[in-house]
Write a protein that binds this ligand. Structure first.
Ligand code: DQQ
Length: 482
């Protein structure tokens, strides 16, 4: 009977039209942050925040999956579970993995109710499958001289023959921060002060909030990049800072949102690959009510693997790794055309699990839009709109779904284009997930939940002056679980 129930529950989830097919997610239940990303031998390891008991955030474990190519994944047994009475009794929160001279080592945040957060460590002796916890927290308490909001999430790297670590935090009355520690053995740490402190009173060019979660820090094209997730009142989002790192202090010269889908690209983590690339995954959180999530039985998806780069306008950008093209199946094309203002122009392209490449010369005045997951009568559609006058790319979710149980707000990315520069879009649709990359310099990641089975059309629309469609191709994408 139990087996029958389990089978029909899983079957229901597999046939759930909102479930992505070519992005990583567990078989069921709750997933949030990517953790412990590491290339070990020929294998990539992805750990993640996971609640095996259901599709809600509680009693967090570390789930585990492995891959040979970052595209196709094998589920592995749970890596870390809370230890009753231990510093992680109520959750094994986010952290990272390092290679400690041949020993795979995890550094993570032990969570104990009501809000105790302490750095913990675990090692594996069997190829990253099972993990033995260090008996004590590796840092007993946060620095006593700081009035902190949060003390959690870790990034660890080698520097000048020692280990260095950042822990996410916020200083009450000041702003988000990351605290620097140094160690010789990963078990005893010396506090080195805040690497940088944000100003929560400053709203320009982007508000950096009161608490920084999930820090990541690395050198990038001659300077350093610090990535932090801004936790505060909704919406959450991820910021990227570029600047100079000297003598244990970081001075940002540029700060911006990393992805303009806000909460839907959160807590990203990177890993350096042996081939020199730095790969990032982000947690793409749900955009529907808790009741809808519980009814679905699963929550949270990983973004596509992305390569961290510096865009042509100097921002940190994470773009799909080149290997993603291996997932492309049947191709459809649309001939170049002049798109006149007015009625919707339907394309022969349709589907819910697609990659699209669209190159458009936007009108000199007015807007051009790509309608995605659109029903034939246009009642449901997710509209990606570019407005040259405001230099804004908008992902309009106001009619993405007829359901009232889902988020309907829009996302806006600033995207100035040179006068004759086309708008070059790469769009990934995968059930309820959408990832948009524009001109290799902006991304918008989000969730949409069309309610109608015929909401799978693609159309173009122009308002104002005509626009030119230079190129449009689409591919049916592989099912990585098939
Ligand atoms: N998620 C983890 C925390 C982290 C937050 C808990 C970010 O460690 O700060 O699941 O989503």
């Amino acid at each position: 009977m139990t087996l029958f129930l389990m089978r029909s529950k899983e079957q229901g989830m597999i046939s759930d039209p909102h479930r992505p097919r070519y992005h990583f997610l567990p078989l069921a239940n709750w997933m949030n942050d990517p953790n412990g990303l590491i290339q070990w031998g020929e294998t990539f390891h992805l750990f993640y925040q996971y609640n095996p008991a259901g599709a809600y955030h509680r009693n967090i474990h570390w789930g585990h999956a492995t891959s040979a190519d970052l595209l196709y994944w094998q589920h592995q047994p749970i890596a870390l579970a809370p230890t009753p009475g231990g510093p992680d009794a109520d959750g094994c929160w986010s952290g990272c993995a390092v290679n400690d001279y041949g020993t795979p080592t995890l550094i993570y945040t032990g969570f104990r109710l009501p809000e105790e957060q302490t750095p913990c460590l675990a090692v594996s002796r069997d190829g990253l499958l099972t993990w033995q916890k260090w008996p004590e927290p590796i840092i007993p308490a946060p620095p006593a001289d700081l009035d902190l909001l949060g003390f959690r999430d870790h990034t660890v790297w080698r520097e000048n023959g020692r280990w260095a670590m950042l822990i996410g935090a916020g200083i009450r009355g000041q702003g988000g921060t990351v605290l620097l520690y140094r160690s010789d053995d990963l078990r005893r740490w010396e506090y080195g002060g805040p690497l940088v402190i944000g100003d929560a009173g400053q709203f320009d060019p982007v508000w950096t909030g009161t608490l920084w979660e999930c820090p990541d820090f690395f050198s990038l094209n001659g300077d350093h990049a610090l990535i932090c997730s801004v936790w505060d009142r909704c919406p959450y989002y991820t910021i990227a800072m570029r600047g100079a790192y000297r003598d244990g202090r970081f001075t940002p010269s540029l700060t911006h949102k990393l992805d303009y889908g806000d909460a839907h690209f959160y807590a990203p983590q990177t890993m350096p690959l042996r081939d020199g690339r730095r790969i990032m995954f982000g947690w793409v959180m749900e955009g529907r009510s808790e009741a809808a999530v519980l009814a679905a039985g699963w929550a949270g998806v990983m973004s596509l693997p992305r390569e961290v780069q510096v865009s042509s306008d100097g921002q940190v950008v994470a773009l799909p790794i080149a290997e993603v093209t291996q997932l492309r199946g049947m191709e459809r094309r649309m001939s170049p055309a002049r798109i006149m203002p007015g009625a919707l122009q339907w394309t022969p392209i349709c589907g819910a699990h697609l990659e699209l490449e669209v190159v458009l010369l936007p009108p000199s005045q007015g807007t051009c839009s790509v309608w995605l997951r659109a029903s034939p009568d246009g009642a449901e559609a997710t509209i990606l709109r570019y407005n040259r006058a405001t230099a804004t790319l908008t992902l309009d979710r106001s009619r993405s779904s007829l359901s009232s149980d889902v988020w309907h707000d829009s996302h806006h990315a600033p995207l100035p284009l040179a006068p004759d520069e086309p708008l070059r879009l790469r769009i990934f649709l995968d059930g309820s997930l959408i990832e948009v990359f524009a001109n290799d310099r902006r991304s918008i990641t989000s969730r949409i939940y069309p309610s109608r089975p015929d909401s799978d059309g693609v159309a173009l629309q122009v308002e104002g002056n005509p626009a030119e469609l230079v190129m449009m191709r689409a591919w049916e994408m592989a099912d990585i679980w098939a």
